[in-house]
Design a protein around this ligand. Structure first.
Ligand SMILES: [Fe+2]
Length: 300
């Protein structure tokens, strides 16, 4: 933590080193972060996860409850519940955790275009409006926000999806799926609105952050049997990322697109998109009191 002195001799609280705790969700290989101002205990949750048993169509809160318990045990004051993007591989627990812990939900403003795309795909006719109103706040590129004495800046880092953002908070940056660990590389760019060239440019932007910046990724898959890990640095990404080192834009796009055509759809893409585009709320129940999720056939 850095506490700088103002010229008038008074201590000016400006915390630059957040406490960061990652919670790994093995079923979806996702990482949720608790990002805390060590003085005030003000906290942001980033990319929370609601358990979902796809075969049974059943949601669960075991993982979210563990996160909430950690926040309550350490007396954290949750100010923000943030998404780096509209996830296609897990359901967000933002509404559930907001009820338990408070805080405001936030996501990049680009989510609106993505909501429009998926509202059309799922032919949503239940009054859902694709206008971002399902979130408390929509962040634009360069926007600043506070978590207690920590200052955060939002970087629009599209490519994996058009609405992806990274949250640069003190000496840490939460990149979602813009970068994975250096030995795993980068994320797919073949979802609607995704684009490999755009991702390459977003990554270059992230690599211009100071070398020592801690980089926290949204997923890890433990390649070649190594333990799951989610923290690297800008220097490590610049010098070791297997998809980036020595690879120019044209080559990156060629390799990324070749890789993406081989990839299967994520297990939870259909439920995840329908729930996440609603800010994590399930669709309203039908007349019989049951909530349904749709499967568009031959459309993905
Ligand atoms: Fe993602």
């Amino acid at each position: 933590m850095a506490v700088s002195s103002a010229t008038d001799g008074r201590e000016h609280r400006e915390v630059t080193t957040p406490e960061v705790t990652g919670f790994f969700h093995k079923p979806t290989f996702s990482v949720t972060y608790l990002v805390t101002d060590p003085i005030s205990r003000a906290t942001a949750l980033i990319d929370t996860v609601l358990d979902y048993d796809h075969k049974a169509g059943r949601t669960g809160t075991e993982s979210a409850d563990a996160l909430a318990a950690a926040a309550l045990t350490h007396d954290l004051k949750v100010e923000w519940i943030l998404e780096t993007h509209l996830h296609a591989d897990h359901l967000t627990a933002a509404p559930y955790l907001q009820k338990k812990l408070g805080g405001r939900t936030g996501i990049g403003a680009g989510v609106v275009g993505i909501q429009e795309t998926f509202a059309r795909l799922f032919n949503v006719t239940d009054g859902f409006t694709p206008d971002g109103s399902q979130f408390d706040h929509l962040f634009v590129d360069g926007e600043r926000f506070r978590i207690g004495a920590l200052e955060g800046t939002v970087l629009h880092t599209p490519g994996h999806t058009p609405g992806c953002v990274s949250y640069h908070i003190g000496d840490a940056v939460f990149v979602g799926d813009a970068l994975f660990m250096p030995d795993y590389g980068t994320a797919r760019c073949d979802f609607p609105g995704g684009d490999a060239r755009t991702l390459y440019r977003s990554i270059q932007r992230l690599l211009r952050l100071p070398d020592h910046t801690r980089v926290f990724t949204g997923h890890d898959y433990g390649p070649d049997g190594r333990s799951f890990a989610w923290e690297s640095s800008v220097a490590a990404q610049r010098t070791q990322n297997k998809h980036i080192v020595g690879v120019g834009e044209v080559e990156f796009v060629k390799r990324r697109e070749a890789r993406d055509v081989e990839l299967e759809a994520p297990n939870l893409i259909l439920p995840a998109l329908q729930v996440n585009m609603r800010g994590g709320h399930l669709p309203p129940p039908e007349a019989n009191g049951v909530t349904y999720l749709k499967i568009p056939v031959n459309r993905l």
